[in-house]
Design a protein around this ligand. Structure first.
Ligand code: ADP
Length: 368
């Protein structure tokens, strides 16, 4: 490509060189490309695919990125695969009253998910929210992990949220610059909560609709662990911009992460990527690195299943101690190595969410 301007037609022209491995045509002619966004040399677009072919099409996604990266003036390229949106006539009727909620004033919503409990999903959600805050974004954090709401403890919050004057809405509580809401703020910590399916969604909807979130650049939602009905309903009802999946390197946790990925693909929520938590352990005494749960599993799995790998967080006692002490490590040691890792991951996520939120609003490009 010589000196022609970087615009949508240049991007489409480059993408016409990329072929679908199973269908005898290129990805543009097959109408797989949508939502091209070009911002100061940074290009983003989505590839709409049948989720069953995600793994198979990972090489195609990479080839599409490479084709655009070759264009003059391109600084970065991000291609995200999303599930094909079925034509309205074929669209499965949502179960019950499941149209999407509207959250005015909230620009992007990120779900933090995990296939199973105990992998560090909440710890990651809190530190990512803290990273967004340090990046200068107006950030909210909602603890939808109603079975074990741990976010108030991790942020050192106690007491109850107040009601906005003249309104029945609750004000989120403030901690370390974050606006937060958790079921844990509304019930005593030692009250056992027994939730049946529909109650879970009811509680979550209240935390979204009956809380005055105000203007936020990003709302981080710490989902309940697992990939059951509650998570599925939430992903259908809440206008999520994207989701990240937290996993440890162990095989079993990765299998669960894969279930999470399939769940989001089913409901057409873009998975921004995988994060490997408890990735390795560095001995604080001798500096030796041990890979307690194996290492690199999430990176390999991400490549296999067609998701981006966002980064690794080590197993470190300071991460746990700070979480237990009510101050995320990112706030306690903003210049430390862990802060840098969370910030790197936070920046990657924000870049993708920005693209995805623009893509959603941009008119779909129809190419023949
Ligand atoms: P989940 O939300 O997946 O159930 P949590 O975030 O509550 O998991 O984490 C479970 C436990 O593991 C907590 O005690 C937390 O402090 C600890 N933990 C999580 N991530 C790390 C880490 N990278 N290093 C050390 N401890 C961690």
């Amino acid at each position: 490509m010589t000196s022609s301007a970087l615009d949508q037609s240049a991007v489409l022209e480059a993408l016409r060189r990329v072929r679908d491995p199973d269908r005898n045509d290129d990805i543009v002619s097959l109408k797989m490309v949508s939502g091209i966004v070009i911002r100061d040399g940074n290009v983003g677009f989505t590839l709409e695919i049948d989720p069953q072919r995600a793994e198979r099409l990972e090489a195609t996604r990479k080839a599409a990125e490479a084709a655009v990266a070759d264009l003059e003036g391109v600084l970065s390229v991000s291609a995200v695969m999303t599930a094909e949106r079925p034509a309205p006539a074929n669209q499965a009727a949502p179960r019950g009253n499941q149209s999407k909620m509207v959250l005015d004033g909230v620009k992007t919503i990120l779900a933090v998910a995990s296939g199973k409990g105990g992998v560090g999903k909440s710890t990651t959600a809190v530190n990512l929210a803290a990273a967004f805050c340090l990046m200068g974004l107006r950030t909210g954090l909602m603890d939808a992990d109603i079975y074990g709401p741990s976010i108030p403890r991790m942020l050192g919050l106690s007491g109850q949220p107040e009601t906005a004057s003249g309104d029945k809405k609750l004000l989120p509580m403030q901690a370390h610059g974050l606006a937060c809401m958790s079921m844990g703020m509304l019930v005593a910590e030692d009250t056992p909560m027994i939730w049946r399916g529909p109650m879970v969604m009811g509680a979550i909807e209240q935390m979204l609709a009956d809380v005055e979130w105000g203007h936020l650049d990003i709302l981080v939602i710490d989902l309940p662990p697992g990939t059951g009905d509650a998570q599925l309903t939430l992903s259908q009802r809440v206008p999520l911009t994207g989701a990240v999946i937290v996993s440890t390197p162990q095989d079993i946790a990765l299998i669960d992460a894969r279930k999470g990925l399939n769940m989001f693909r089913k409901v057409a929520v873009p998975v921004v990527g995988l994060i490997e938590n408890m990735s390795y352990f560095t001995c604080p005494h001798c500096g030796e690195r041990s890979e307690i749960f194996g290492h690199g599993g999430a990176r390999a799995e991400a490549a296999r299943i067609g998701a981006d790998f966002l980064g690794e967080i080590p197993l470190d006692i300071r991460i746990r101690q700070n979480a237990d002490g009510g101050q995320p490590i990112l706030m306690a040691e903003p210049d430390g190595e862990h802060a840098k890792r969370y910030l790197d991951i936070g920046k990657k996520i924000w870049e993708k969410l920005t693209l995805l939120s623009q893509t959603d609003k941009a008119p779909r490009i129809v190419v023949n």
